[in-house]
Design a protein around this ligand. Sequence first.
Ligand SMILES: [Mg+2]
Length: 178
Amino acid sequence: MKKIEDMTRLVIFDFDGTTIDSGTPERFKPIYKEKTGENWPFKGFWGRVESLNMDIFPFKPLPAVKADYDKEVGNDETFLVSLTGRRPKLGAGVEAILTANGYKFDRYLYNYGSDTLSNKLEQIGKLLKEFPNVRVVAMWDDRNSHVPTFKQYLEGLVAKGRLDSYEFTHVPNEQWTK
Ligand SMILES: [Mg+2]
């Protein structure tokens, strides 16, 4: 069991398009049609538990991210977090996919609040309060529009001395347009 006071490094991986090469509605809806013979019957996509059905969709890790994850595992001073904009009710589906693909995190966090970016920042702030000895935050995320804000936030924490440094990996993913 990891101890709060021992944690010096906080590692945060996004889920969709980062740890797992999950698909956008544009990419996955045709697969749904092919596998079930029916059109995707719901208005939304990301909020539906059906979007995480491993019997229908081909969920695979992104190899470069998985290699990075493998380097972080097993360090007693590193706290490993999966942080996604998916809602808490989809937790079982998200965790089943991660487990099936060789990922295990110390904590799995979901968007219980407003937009994904605001909620992620709020949850990182809470983690830094919970783990006061963390000096480095490392993040992996593929969402282009969120990257500048994350970097700015982490740079701010370095500037005020809360962190010694941060590492940000912008995961390239062609399927996202924003
Ligand atoms: Mg993502």
